[in-house]
Write a protein that binds this ligand. Structure first.
Ligand code: SF4
Ligand code: SF4
Length: 478
């Protein structure tokens, strides 16, 4: 405990060495209030390579999924217009909304719990915005315009033929890639077959869709050409939530100020005046940051945990012969109190809650019925006494078939003897569709002892019961 106190005191002292003037400005806004365009240095290093490999897999999955089909239907489809949704080949209907709601809730809780424990790693490694920005468009930019210093020079130079040519090439390439991405997003909405059919039919036959597609392309282009990191800083609510989600135990990309401060140029060390920490104040970590921040100022909402600064600093540490990890994945507790990250009760409790939620969702998905049935009494109808002494009730039946094949069904009375007369002769529910009909239940008057008798109905596909429903049968009563 004593030791912990000492560490905390040292950490506080070190923290005080950090110049706090950074709080007066935002990296992406100039003193005049204009947009400060960020030109991050091309990152290199182990983590960047790993991120590139991860992104390649991610992009392969993104561009391949729309082509994968299960029984002739896409593996994933989010057709909001036709209210048709397919996840992992399973069709979901508006009636399955509660599964969607639980799925959404699970996703939100997952993100929150994951963030509390592991910080904002999702942003840098899995968010489509970052993947497309850093791993597609930024790489193209480095290829076309060179590294950050060349890009900066190009921006500052007057509009010569060279600059116009460079800009035209970049705009064309960015717009083309945005167009491809927009097409794939469209494929996730209406299906790849539809998209390919539209391509074959040509623009004239699909002018409305084409205009929407150009609209989306323009939005993507605007985001990746100009708006960029502003999406994460200004638009994305997740970034803004960091302040409430993170605590001292959260693992984030962090600068070890205890080790690094007071920062100082390596020159001092050579001159024998070395009384500084491990940070040589080279600003390599700032130069690679795609959001323009200095991670040495602590965790900031702009940080997307892309880890570029870790690579940059490790490279410097190698050069100055100091241990790597001055910037690393660590919690405030790791740094200030030199505590190792342990599997704590909190992590366990959060993980348990997550497992429960994911389990509930999986159970719902597995036990989801292929046929959904609703029975309602015909409005305004009481009961009818038949000449043969039986009592009849009329009902409306609505069946939804969520599968890709037609399902012939039959109805049976489960808890009482009687007859079911279905108005429609053929009780086959067409695939991916609804079916509506009426039916009459006829029961001997002797068996109806009460005014309201609960009747259990079984819906069968061949001999297999697929659904059980209870309806109220009205009778004269005694
Ligand atoms: S501070 Fe580091 S991890 Fe955060 S966005 Fe900048 S480079 Fe990426
Ligand atoms: S890269 Fe490392 S050494 Fe250089 S300024 Fe950043 S933290 Fe300090």
């Amino acid at each position: 405990m004593m030791e912990e106190k000492d560490f905390s005191a040292i950490a506080e002292e070190k923290k005080e060495l950090i110049d706090q003037s950074f709080r007066d400005s935002v990296a992406t806004i100039s003193k005049q209030g204009n947009r400060n365009y960020i030109f991050p240095k091309k990152p290199k290093g182990k983590l960047y390579n790993f991120r590139t490999i991860t992104s390649v897999f991610y992009l392969i999955i993104f561009f391949t999924l729309p082509f994968i089909k299960v029984e002739g239907e896409p593996l994933f489809l989010f057709n909001v217009l036709q209210r048709k949704f397919i996840f992992f080949g399973k069709i979901f209907w508006p009636q399955d909304f509660f599964i969607f709601a639980i799925g959404l809730l699970t996703f939100i809780v997952f993100i929150i719990l994951f963030t509390v424990v592991f910080g904002r790693v999702f942003c840098g490694w899995a968010c489509p915005q970052t993947i497309f920005m850093e791993m597609v468009f930024r790489k193209i930019e480095y290829l076309l315009d060179g590294d950050y210093n060349k890009q900066r020079r190009l921006k500052a130079m007057p509009w010569t033929a060279y600059k116009i040519r460079k800009r035209l090439i970049k705009i064309t390439v960015f717009y083309f890639v945005s167009f491809i991405i927009a097409n794939f997003f469209l494929a996730y909405i209406i299906g790849m077959d539809e998209v390919l059919a539209m391509v074959r039919e040509g623009v004239d036959a699909n002018i409305g869709t084409f205009i929407s597609l150009l609209g989306f392309t323009t939005v993507f282009f605007f985001v990746y050409y100009w708006f960029r990191e502003q999406v994460c800083i200004v638009v994305c609510p997740y970034g803004r939530l960091q302040g409430v989600l993170l605590d001292k135990k959260s693992i984030v990309v962090a600068y070890d100020y205890v080790r690094g401060e007071p920062r100082g140029k390596i020159k001092k060390e050579k001159e024998g005046k070395w009384d500084t920490g491990d940070c040589v104040d080279c600003t390599a970590c700032v130069r690679v940051c795609p959001t323009g921040i200095d991670i040495r100022n602590g965790t900031q909402l702009e940080c997307v945990n892309c880890t570029a600064c870790i690579d940059a600093c490790d490279d410097i540490m190698d050069k100055v012969n100091r241990p790597r990890g001055l910037i690393r994945f660590a919690s405030e507790e790791n740094i200030a109190q030199k505590k190792k990250t342990r599997f704590t009760f909190r992590i366990g409790a959060y993980s348990f809650a997550l497992i429960l939620l994911v389990g509930a969702l999986a159970a719902m998905l597995i036990t989801r019925e292929d046929v959904d049935a609703r029975i309602l009494r015909s409005s305004g109808q009481m009961f009818q006494s038949l000449p043969d002494g039986r009592v009849a009730n009329l009902y409306n039946l609505k069946l939804t078939n969520k599968t890709r094949k037609d399902i012939p069904v039959s109805l049976k009375l489960e808890n009482i003897k009687g007859e079911i007369e279905v108005i429609s002769k053929d009780l086959t529910v067409p695939k991916e569709s609804y079916f509506q009909t009426s039916f009459i239940i006829k029961i001997n008057r002797q068996l109806i002892e009460k005014r309201k008798t609960p009747i259990t109905l079984g819906i069968y596909q061949a001999d297999k019961k697929i659904k059980t429903l209870t309806v109220t049968f009205l009778g004269p009563g005694y």
